[in-house]
Design a protein around this ligand. Structure first.
Ligand code: ZN
Ligand code: ZN
Ligand code: ZN
Length: 546
């Protein structure tokens, strides 16, 4: 009884101010939510380039909004497909099912791509490979929930150079998702999943010659000698473009395009982000986003930061220039939002889909443990061991994303218990150099890890889609070329991502408290007062909200 009275008092005490606040809130929902993912953006790019940023881009978000400085991915693998899905579904591959960009489908017995869909056809492209939809993603996104909540009156549009960066965030119910088809086309396209024809404003944009206008010289935005926040331009850690001997500024894209897949070269330069901003601005105008009181959703992913990072590495002058130019592109986007939607009438969040490692050959040169892992040699060795140990070949069907997939029919035929094969392989691979840890399906299905790499693997482990033995490589050890950076691990260089909020309903401030990528969608859901994405496991970051 005492407890009841206490609770009742507490309820009364809490509810009076809360409900009046809530009423204010309902009347002032953002007209537009803009979700921005910067592909491969490490958190420390904010601090490394902070003094070089101008006031209207990253700095505006930080100074007018909320900065979560200790934000992490809470699963592996840290790749683009899972990253975008996790940001917008508020959960991890365990539940949304996007376990990688490409994975081995044990039921179809083939590799599949996270956004491929043979049931749809390309719209706006002559290429039959452009058959894409979000159908492999098993749960809803925050944009889907906004569509349901508004009786489909609030619009959703997804935009990115990369198809998966446009498709997965926008979700299952999007009005449109557009990505850039390079090669000899140089156009923004979609598929029949969304519509049967490109809208007029997209056709107009494609005909405007905007993409072709970026086939020009790429030089640094400011004097290269002032780029003291990066390594030297010329070094042995960068790949560069075919047809140019050194990976050094300036790059003559018009001259290089024929040897580098035509319009695709734009993707691998800072201009890919500018083109994305141009198109996002065209979306806001073309779709009249944020012009009525029903909240719309625009998801924008800047993919070129990833291509540049893969090509030149995280410490390059090229990556610095890409971020300084992105800062200007963000300013342009925010200025458009100010004039078309109105200052304070929209809400923006900005994060990444994963980070990236310093080029391992560079790390080695400065005495930090790092290395390159020969995946093919490893799988050959494991297969030979298994064959010798069990007296049968073909028990391992596939190795992808550092997971081994068994051939269950073969196991059954030979009466081999899966757990035994898992354990035997785990024991063997742990003796291999460059392998740090190993987890088996049995371990992940029978215990629950609450922290550490075990927890990250478990949250990335989808019982139906994932493999049977997961290996973890040594820190800063990658299966990749000796030039450029990559990502995928559970180490902090891959998990630590920026998380900035600003605009309608957002507090001013910052925190070093740990937050997770899966908290974003629940936080935006709470801001909008809508149901959470149906598989959400993250929490609301209440300190971010007014
Ligand atoms: Zn990515
Ligand atoms: Zn360079
Ligand atoms: Zn990448």
């Amino acid at each position: 009884m005492i407890k009841k009275i206490f609770l009742l008092t507490l309820l009364v005490m809490c509810c009076v101010p809360c409900s009046s606040q809530k009423e204010i809130k309902i009347n002032s929902l953002p007209k537009l939510v803009v979700g921005i993912v910067v592909d491969q953006m490490r958190y420390d790019y904010i601090t490394r380039f902070y003094n070089r940023f101008e006031n209207g881009g990253f700095k505006r978000m930080i100074n007018e909004g909320f900065n979560c400085k200790n934000n992490h991915f809470n699963y592996v693998p840290t790749y683009t497909g899972p990253g975008h899905a996790s940001v917008y579904t508020g959960t991890t591959p365990k539940n949304h099912g996007i376990i990688s960009n490409n994975w081995y489908d044990k039921f179809g017995k083939r590799m599949v791509y996270c956004a491929s869909d043979s049931l749809v056809s390309p719209v706006g492209s002559a290429s039959q490979s452009e058959r894409m939809s979000p159908r492999r993603m098993k749960t809803s996104t925050v944009a889907d929930q906004n569509r349901l909540h508004t009786q489909f009156k609030g619009k959703t549009i997804g935009v990115a150079i990369k198809d998966r960066g446009a498709i997965l965030p926008a979700g299952h119910t999007a009005n449109g998702a557009y990505w850039f088809r390079g090669r000899d086309e140089g156009k923004w396209i979609t598929t029949s999943y969304y519509r049967s024809e490109l809208p007029d404003w997209v056709k107009k944009f494609n005909a405007s010659g905007k993409a072709a206008s970026y086939l020009k010289e790429w030089n640094t935005l400011y004097d290269i000698n002032t780029y003291v926040e990066s390594g030297t331009d010329k070094n042995t850690y960068e790949r560069g473009f075919k047809g140019k001997e050194t990976a050094t500024f300036p790059y003559d894209l018009a001259a290089l395009k024929d040897q580098n897949s035509g319009y695709d070269i734009i993707k691998s330069t800072a201009y890919g982000n500018s083109l994305t901003a141009d198109f996002a601005i065209a979306v806001i105008q073309g779709e009249q986003l944020g012009t009525d009181d029903i909240t719309d959703f625009l998801t924008v992913s800047f993919s070129s930061t990833d291509y540049v990072g893969h090509n030149f590495g995280v410490n390059s002058k090229e990556i610095q220039d890409t971020y300084l130019r992105l800062d200007k592109d963000l300013e342009r986007l925010f200025n458009t939002l100010d004039s078309k939607v109105g200052k304070g009438k929209y809400t923006v969040f900005l994060t990444a889909d994963h980070g990236a490692v310093h080029v391992p050959s560079y790390l080695k040169s400065v005495k930090i443990p790092a290395g390159y892992f020969d995946r093919n040699a490893f799988i050959t060795k494991v297969k030979a061991f298994v064959k010798k140990e069990f007296g049968v070949g073909g028990l391992i069907k596939n190795m992808s994303n550092n997971q081994l997939f068994f051939n269950y029919e073969k196991l059954k035929e030979n009466k081999i218990v899966p757990e035994l094969l898992q354990r035997t392989i785990a024991h063997f691979v742990l003796q291999e150099k460059q392998i740090d840890k190993v987890f088996t399906r049995h371990q992940l299905e029978t215990g629950e890890y609450t922290s550490g790499i075990g927890a990250l693997i478990q949250k990335g482990f989808n019982q139906k889609r994932s493999g049977d033995v997961m290996i973890v490589l040594d820190p800063a050890t990658i299966s990749y070329s000796k030039t450029g950076s990559t990502h995928g691990s559970g180490l902090t260089y891959d998990t630590h991502a920026p998380l900035l909020f600003f605009g309608n309903g957002i507090q001013k401030g910052s925190t070093t408290q740990e937050t997770y990528i899966t908290d974003i969608a629940p936080t935006i859901s709470a801001l909008l007062g809508i149901a959470f994405p149906n598989g959400a496991t993250g929490k609301v970051l209440s300190f971010v909200l007014e």
